[in-house]
Design a protein around this ligand. Structure first.
Ligand code: PMV
Length: 314
């Protein structure tokens, strides 16, 4: 009986969320310390895939899945990609240490791990671009108009300078830097915040276009700093500037701002929300020696959890 397993990391958006939907550049990096994990074990016992997701309390058959079930959709897309008309007789188990629905890319990571696992199972390796393309199909189901940044950074598993519908640009990181990721504990469906920005943009296109431009310029400036190295102080300021734009876009929240302020007070170089906003996670750029103190300050300010992660030279 065949078996296989695959993983995929979480991610954070460093710069440019929301504006990236409107074709401005954004920067995202994988977070390797949290992972989605998929195991596939051939059983020969039932003529279908049994899907088990213990974290979600789910145990069901592929054939019985609802039309909008993300796991079933990515399995079906992958089976079609591998020209498999009949699903394998197997049990597929999904676990994840990536907080769900909080801007760390849990959905895209699970989909990526499923595709990687099935690619192994059928002995048909796919490129990161091919994996990203399949995962993007599922992202569309949940986000409506996803930019594609999540599936790209996770499938490539590398820092990216991303512009929607343009060839991927890998970001080379000159000097490592440390981030503390703080969780508000609030689940925030991406499509809601994205829909809010769209309605505001439709109502006042001039103002929103100029906010998107500002976010894009900040991401471009941050790219230079990250690629040339050196100025962590400048990078922190750019994060603070980006947070101001996100507040003007209306996607921040009092809980996020409380954590952002606590991180700055505790000595972070800069801090901002990361992802769709209205909950989810924030990130703070810190001196490695200050990481523990900033994490502690976040917990005292109400964070439900934190991750300390280093973005390594690439
Ligand atoms: O999935 P999240 O919460 O990280 O949000 C994705 C980032 C957005 O720019 C808000 C949406 C998108 O499609 O890029």
């Amino acid at each position: 009986m065949k078996s296989c397993g695959a993983t995929a990391p979480g991610k954070v958006i460093l710069f440019g969320e929301h504006a990236v939907v409107y074709h401005r550049p954004a920067i995202a990096v994988p977070v390797m310390s949290v992972q989605a994990k998929v195991d596939l074990q051939e059983t020969g016992a039932h003529h279908d895939v049994r899907i088990i997701a213990p974290d979600l309390g789910r145990d069901y058959r592929l054939a019985e899945a609802e039309a909008d079930d993300a796991l079933a959709l990515i399995i079906r897309l992958a089976l079609a990609r591998f020209q498999q008309v009949v699903p394998p007789e197997a049990t597929l188990t999904v676990t994840s240490s990536i907080p769900l629905g909080r801007g760390l890319g849990s959905g895209a990571a699970i989909s990526t791990a499923v595709v990687r696992c099935l690619a192994q199972f059928y002995g048909q390796p796919l490129t990161p671009a091919e994996i990203s393309e399949l995962v993007y199909e599922v992202e569309k189901l949940y986000h409506g108009t996803p930019s594609g940044i999540d599936n790209t950074v996770i499938a490539y598993q590398q820092p990216v300078y991303f512009i929607r519908e343009q060839p991927i640009e890998r970001l080379s990181v000159r000097d490592s830097f440390t981030l503390v990721v703080g969780d508000t504990g609030q689940v925030s469906p991406t499509h809601k915040a994205v829909g809010h920005v769209r309605r505001q943009w439709q109502a006042d296109p001039q103002r929103f276009e100029s906010l998107f431009d500002e976010a894009g310029q900040i991401a471009a400036a941050a790219r230079n700093v990250i690629e040339q190295g050196g100025s962590v102080v400048r990078l922190g300021r750019l994060m603070n500037d980006n947070q101001a734009v996100l507040e003007a876009l209306g996607v921040s929240s009092s809980e996020l701002e409380q954590l952002i302020e606590a991180a700055r007070q505790a000595g972070a170089w800069g801090a901002k929300l990361s992802g769709a906003g209205w909950g989810g996670n924030m990130i703070a750029l810190v001196e490695p020696e200050r990481a523990a103190a900033v994490a502690d300050a976040l917990l005292k300010a109400g964070a439900t959890g934190y991750i300390i992660t280093e973005v390594a030279p690439s």
